[in-house]
Design a protein around this ligand. Structure first.
Ligand SMILES: C[S@@+](CC[C@H](N)C(=O)[O-])C[C@H]1O[C@@H](n2cnc3c(N)ncnc32)[C@H](O)[C@@H]1O
Length: 309
């Protein structure tokens, strides 16, 4: 279910993506947009230009499914339903792209458990941060690692990351735009690849192809670490080991003020969570109240030492 804030976007917000982002976010997958419903959503001559861009951006088979669905007649309710589907599936991508400040405000209070971060061995390593966003993990890693290469699909977030790095005097970070399925990194080129609240179990936010690609860039004996995985069992079934910080149940999401806590809970979580803030007059909201696992776990995979490079 997309959060209530999804209502601030409309189907036409897709036109703001550049062609590379259309390709990244519209390539079909279990967690993504259904091509047939995308074709229905693109009905109407006023969407000709967006439709042409979408068709160019998509893989051949998906483009054919979009074009076929667009050519079939559809009642207006079906078109509206299809548009809601597309916006719902793309909510996070639309937020990163159109409102990076809103996204940063949300994650500013979402601290990865310090015990989990301290357990990572990054000293002197070359680290890739996959789906780095505005740098929540990159900025931490750069204080320990020799070098951090931060990859993300959204340039506006990488620009924020660069700005934070400058403000914090961190000169060992390099940002690169890239897609999880085509990382701009060579084979076995990093000691540690980390995906923090990013690479997920379903395309286009992750999935099998993205996992193989993340594993490709890790040197023999190196590690791929998925922090706060969406679906730990999916990673465990693919050879990852699950790690969690004990006694993290009390972890909370922190905000600057009670007003910000209430507004952000209402926009991103639920009216119940906002009600909890009002009742408790609290600037910190336990993850349990939000119905979420706290950011205190990771799935870790190790590249075999004898893997040929
Ligand atoms: C929830 S944010 C997490 C950002 C950051 N790692 C953090 O912890 O704050 C997920 C990030 O993954 C990126 N992302 C999602 N799908 C992607 C893809 N297919 N290729 C590259 N980046 C992607 C998004 O642009 C976003 O910045």
């Amino acid at each position: 279910m997309p959060p209530p804030r999804a209502r601030t976007f409309v189907f036409e917000s897709l036109a703001g993506f550049d062609d590379e982002a259309l390709h990244t976010f519209l390539t079909p997958g279990d967690g993504g947009v259904d091509p047939r419903r995308l074709g229905v959503a693109l009905h109407g001559a006023d969407h000709d230009e967006l439709a042409a861009r979408v068709l160019r951006a998509l893989p051949e088979q998906a483009a054919a499914a979009v074009a076929a669905a667009r050519a079939e007649p559809s009642p207006s309710e079906a078109v509206e339903e299809a548009r809601r589907h597309v916006v719902g599936r793309l909510f996070w991508a639309l937020l990163y792209w159109h409102d990076p400040d809103g996204y940063e405000e949300l994650v500013a209070g979402e601290h990865i458990h310090p015990g989990l971060l301290d357990s990572l061995d990054l000293d002197g390593r070359v680290v890739a941060d996959l789906g780095a966003g505005a740098g929540r993990f990159t900025l931490f890693a750069a204080r320990h690692a020799a070098r951090v290469i931060a990859v993300d699909a959204v340039p506006a977030l990488l620009q924020r990351l660069e700005q934070h790095a400058r403000q914090q005097g961190l000169a060992n970070i390099e940002t690169r735009r890239g897609n999880f399925t085509h990382l701009p990194l060579g084979d076995a080129s990093v000691d540690v690849a980390v995906a923090c609240s990013s690479l997920a179990s379903q395309a286009p936010w992750g999935g099998e192809e993205a996992l193989r690609e993340a594993q490709r860039i890790v040197r023999p004996g190196g590690e791929l670490i998925v922090i706060w995985p969406d679906n730990p069992q999916w990673f465990i079934a693919r050879g990852f080991v699950y790690r969690t910080v004990p006694d993290a149940d009390q972890l909370s999401l922190h905000f600057d003020s009670i007003e910000a806590a209430e507004r952000i809970c209402r926009e991103f979580y639920s009216e119940d969570a906002a009600g909890w803030v009002r009742e408790h007059r609290a600037e910190s909201v336990p993850f349990a109240v939000l119905g979420m696992r706290p950011p205190s776990d990771a799935c870790v995979w190790r590249q075999a030492d004898d893997r040929p490079t």
